[in-house]
Design a protein around this ligand. Structure first.
Ligand code: ZN
Length: 149
């Protein structure tokens, strides 16, 4: 996003507000170079985020992908499709509010874990065990003990 005053490319996001339907974002920005502050409105088509994966490759942010991962963790659990949709919407919203165009798969994973934890503990443990790629069983046990508290 170019500064309208000095055309510098580097701006800092001070505040982001996602519209009710999640179709646009209003952002307060500040130019890193000249300090000029201005507001931008970004529509859905401009909001496409990129995901940086563990292997350093990039892919387009996909709601569907997150929904699928959550669905897999929620198999045979009392979590409805509506619950999953709401969760994905919330995750997307908090990512948009960060105002970054590139997010890491880790950030998405961490957010997903937080949301699952609040909804269903079994689904949470399933997701966390795959996602965190536990190297030793102690780590996994620790996670379970944390949950019991
Ligand atoms: Zn500037």
């Amino acid at each position: 996003m170019k500064c309208p005053k000095c055309l510098n490319d580097d701006t800092k996001v001070l505040e982001s507000r996602v519209s009710q339907e999640g179709r646009s974002v209003r952002r307060r920005r500040s130019c890193v170079s000249c300090g000029y502050r201005y507001t931008t409105y970004e529509k859905e088509e401009e909001l496409q985020m990129q995901v940086e994966k563990k292997d350093d490759s990039f892919e387009a942010f996909s709601r569907k992908k997150i929904a699928k991962a959550i669905e897999a963790a929620c198999i045979k659990r009392p979590v409805s499709v509506g619950d999953i949709d709401a969760m994905v919407a919330k995750i997307e919203r908090s990512l948009l509010e960060r105002g970054e165009r590139v997010i890491t798969s880790r950030e998405i994973g961490d957010l997903t874990i937080d949301h699952l934890k609040a909804i269903d503990h079994v689904a949470y443990v399933r997701f966390a065990s795959i996602y965190k790629d536990f190297k030793d069983p102690d780590e996994f046990r620790q996670e379970l003990e944390d949950l019991r508290r």
